[in-house]
Design a protein around this ligand. Sequence first.
Ligand SMILES: NC(=O)c1ccc[n+]([C@@H]2O[C@H](COP(=O)([O-])OP(=O)(O)OC[C@H]3O[C@@H](n4cnc5c(N)ncnc54)[C@H](O)[C@@H]3O)[C@@H](O)[C@H]2O)c1
Length: 247
Amino acid sequence: MTGGATGIGLAIARALADAGARVVIADLDGAGAERVAGEIGGGASGIAIDVRKRDSVEQAFAGIEQRLGGYQILCANAGVSTMNLVADLTDEEWDFNFDVNARGVFLTNQAAVRHFLKTGAKGIIVNTASLAAKWGAPWLAHYSASKFAVMGFTQALAREVAANGIRVNCVCPGFVKTGMQSREVQWEAKLRSLTPQQVIDEYIAQTPLGRLEQPEDVAKAVLFLCSDLSGFITGESLNVTGGVRMD
Ligand SMILES: NC(=O)c1ccc[n+]([C@@H]2O[C@H](COP(=O)([O-])OP(=O)(O)OC[C@H]3O[C@@H](n4cnc5c(N)ncnc54)[C@H](O)[C@@H]3O)[C@@H](O)[C@H]2O)c1
């Protein structure tokens, strides 16, 4: 799984390991990935990867294949965000968000699908999209666009490989309490001349279930999509938002 050294990815890695999977955490922060793999136990291990770069992805996935002797599940969760008005947005911000969120999903999904097709595995892919994959989020136009891309890619790939027994879905988390959210709260407070607490209060007010989402809320949905319980579900974009989105 990618982006598992912290936040939502760490919760997914833990949930998969608790369910008996041997997890490899691949993250830009390779040392962090190794550290949390040791904490998770269950034979989990860590590896460095930069999902923006083809060489890095192909090298890491070849290493994982060798380490595990094959694999059946990919959770492509690594993602980044920055926040800005479109009027002020730079090329660098646009490219950074698209390189990690969209190209990263393409490269890692391609590596996994090639492996599944080669081995005949009925593989499972779960990509982490976002609430912002279905709703154009202000100050996050570039991020939203990159997450719409994740959802479109997920649907197209699901159709392509369904006949091979490979399922491809994505989850769409809402306002999840992680390092990414802490950064966004600070940026949004500044952009809108609010306090960080006011921004958080607005997130909760928009959430029918009435609290901030926790990484474990997302991990449970990912576990479902990785299990036989979701055996007839593919191409789905599952909202995990406490009711913020219902479509
Ligand atoms: N936090 C939220 O509210 C929220 C909401 C919806 C969707 N998401 C999505 O969930 C995913 C995880 O977000 P999070 O909140 O846990 O973020 P986070 O910043 O806490 O963790 C992101 C992880 O991805 C890794 N990463 C970043 N760039 C990478 C790269 N180039 N290659 C490999 N790894 C890289 C980081 O090192 C980190 O471990 C992201 O795709 C994010 O867009 C988050």
